[in-house]
Design a protein around this ligand. Sequence first.
Ligand code: SF4
Length: 344
Amino acid sequence: MTRTAGYSLTPPLPGEVQVEVTGACNLRCRMCLVRYAPAVGRAEGALSYEDFRALVDGLPALTRLTLQGLGEPLLAPHLLDMVRHAVGRGVEVGFNTNAVLLDRRWSRDLVRAGAGWVHVSLDGATAATYEDVRHGTTFAPRPGQFDRVVANLRGLLAERAAAGVARPVVKLVFVAMRRNVAELPDLVALAADLGVDELWVQNLSHSFSDTDPAGRYAAIREYAAGESVELEPRASHESFAAARAVAAERGLAIRLPRVEEHAPVDPGRPSCTWPWDSAYVTHRGEVQPCCMVMGSDRATLGRLGGRTFAEVWHGEAYQAFRAGLLDHRPAEVCRGCALYRGTF
Ligand code: SF4
């Protein structure tokens, strides 16, 4: 059934998909659900290569594949084979990583395999701030981690240069929070010194406002409520403006988010087109509408296994979810989403 031209409730299969290749992580970052959920072991958290193939080979129009979810992709046992398979199909493939494990060998292998992009999380310009955000598995800062990640970034860029290629595109990703936003201009300078291709700045992805304040998401909900840059708009605007100026001076591409909510409603368009363009699949085969929903009990629209991706994509739950966005009466989980609110 077509509701509005271009926005069918049963659209063609997507050209993009994000796949959680592992649920395991070597860090416990303050803003990530991994920190607040039971630990997932490396074997238990791994998406099998067979399941991966069944998923991506069932998507004939696939052009872009993100191999990342709630976990560190470099812990996925089949990551390189997945990259090679995607590249072999002509699909642009990449992932975000905390880069703690991104040594020279990984970098060389990824460059040789033809990875299209590697985005590295760096939420501070100093070791103190960065390590205070990206804790180790003991829920405490790991001294030396900042220097290691910066060294690994240099190694990745050196391997790419040695190979004489322009890919993978290397971006730094900075999650802006009250505790780190003042360091953004210095991070721009560091990014320019390193020679990365772009600095991507984003806000916290979700407020968790749809969840029970005393329930299983209470801790991350409380964290998000206290750390949003929206709470200190003036300081955030100043930091963003300074970052923009340093980026212009140093010739670095930078992407900055909005500080305040900005969600204009166009009656002919959904406020978010994720459920038409792409999907997020967890390592357990749960199909979710996007990567902004942390927690599969908040929005799972179907499961792979007994059903194919196409069956889920065109199933009733997906159609109802799309209809809600199209009618501007979205599922509760969308209302606290930074993308929906225009602040991502
Ligand atoms: S509005 Fe946000 S939570 Fe809802 S589908 Fe879009 S990205 Fe996902």
